[in-house]
Design a protein around this ligand. Structure first.
Ligand code: FAD
Length: 380
């Protein structure tokens, strides 16, 4: 009977990174996923993910974001063996816009002040000059973080998996974990085909976490989110790679973001707030949500000087929301050889190399107090 040092359930964003770090540490590692590598049925797909350090959600995330940049850079150096391979991370800058007292503007400035991060502050006129396509509200300001940018999300997952495999990790695709159990001696994972044995278990199941973490008393809700790509006509400034990422908080608290056009799909425009809750991830409906589309396009009409936009592509994805919008990363309360990352709440991808690394360190008995704010303790 083969006994792996670590079994990882789910090899999406976090699981692919956990496998890489397990294998890099010299552990024999097995990853199990109900779908294939870098698939489009969970939460880690849709061309791009924003990465930024001046974190409006909480300044505690800033050291993790700084480490994430280094870890993505390290992975990129291993992955990008030829110049024609696109980089995993591109630093286009992120311009965050809103009223001076909005959640985003206050939060970004606070994180930047506490951690001495580089930021430029723009008046409405300065934003308008810089990005003539935007219809800038006179009561809004902009905070530009020049070192922020985007990650090529599927390439990142695939790169972690390729590097994990290179170091001996085994992957089982199209294999659904039905249940797991743990004793002090080890863990057993039952799938729809076979039973696997390991010394330690990392649960990285994204929107399916609730089922696998049934014993852990945390609330997780799954929200369906639509990603949309548009061709935009007659823009005053061509939306190409020098267009930064723009994140706007409107006066009613709605938040939208736009990523530059990278290929024929066009510009990606999404609503960060809203979406509709679904009972379980298995019930995700991937058809266009027409109500969401109307809201998205009304935002574009309010925010861009353009004559016409045409939806070229859409993709549905899931946010797994914790009760307070912060991740839950901890050891299982009943089993010291089981750890998990769940409830990434729609902003976790940038941190996946850090979370994957810490899950493996936790399982190896190493504690990092920088992650205490994400532990289960806060719910007790
Ligand atoms: C539209 C959208 C936009 C986002 N934008 C950003 C952004 O700009 N920046 C950012 O940092 N984050 C962003 N996020 C959030 C980020 O993408 C997610 O937090 C992150 O990708 C979640 O990774 P995960 O590993 O938890 O989940 P996933 O990547 O979904 O991985 C979970 C895996 O577990 C597998 N699995 C689950 N249950 C089982 C089982 N029983 N058996 C076998 N396999 C199983 C699944 O198949 C899946 O592959 C966004 C998310 C969405 C949906």
């Amino acid at each position: 009977m083969k006994v792996y040092d670590v079994i990882v359930i789910g090899f999406g964003g976090v699981g692919s990174a956990a496998l890489y770090h397990a294998a890099k540490k010299g552990f024999s590692a097995l990853g199990i996923d109900q779908f294939g590598p870098a698939h489009n049925k969970g939460s880690s797909h849709g061309q791009t993910r924003i990465i930024r350090k001046a974190y409006f959600e909480h300044p505690y995330y800033v050291p993790l974001a700084e480490e994430a940049f280094q870890r993505w850079d390290e992975l990129n150096n291993r992955h990008r063996t030829r110049p024609d391979i696109k980089p995993l991370l591109e630093q286009t800058g992120v311009l965050q816009i809103g009223q001076p007292e909005s959640e985003v503007i206050v939060g970004v400035q606070k994180s930047a002040d506490e951690h001495d991060l580089k930021l430029e502050r723009f008046s409405p006129d300065q934003i308008q000059q810089r990005l003539p396509i935007l219809k800038v509200q006179p009561n809004h300001v902009g905070l530009f973080e020049p070192e922020a940018g985007f990650l090529r999300v599927e390439h990142c997952v695939a790169a972690h998996l390729a590097q994990a495999r290179k170091r001996g990790a085994e992957l089982r695709s199209d294999t659904r974990v039905l249940s797991w159990s743990a004793t002090d001696e080890g863990v057993t994972v039952e799938t729809d085909g076979e039973t696997y044995h390991g010394r330690r278990l990392a649960i990285c199941a994204g929107a399916w976490s609730k089922h696998l973490l049934a014993e852990v008393d945390v609330q997780l809700s799954v929200i369906a989110k639509q990603q949309n790509w548009y061709q935009i006509d007659r823009v005053e400034q061509k939306l190409v790679n020098d267009f930064p990422i723009v994140f706007i908080e409107e006066d009613d608290g709605e938040q939208f973001y736009c990523l530059p056009e990278l290929d024929s799909l066009g510009m990606k425009v999404c609503r960060h707030t809203g979406g509709h809750q679904i009972e379980t991830a298995d019930l995700l409906d991937c058809d266009v949500d027409k109500d969401e589309l109307l809201l998205n396009e009304a935002f574009m009409d309010r925010s861009f000087h353009h004559s016409r936009h045409r939806l070229v592509h859409h993709s549905t994805c899931m946010y797994t929301m914790s009760h307070d919008g912060h991740f839950i990363v901890d050891k299982h309360p009943n089993h010291s050889n089981v750890a998990f990352a769940a409830g990434l709440s729609g902003h976790g991808f940038k941190f996946t190399p850090v979370l994957g690394h810490r899950l493996i360190e936790m399982l190896d008995g190493n504690h990092d107090s920088n992650l205490d704010f994400l532990s289960l303790k806060r719910f007790r």
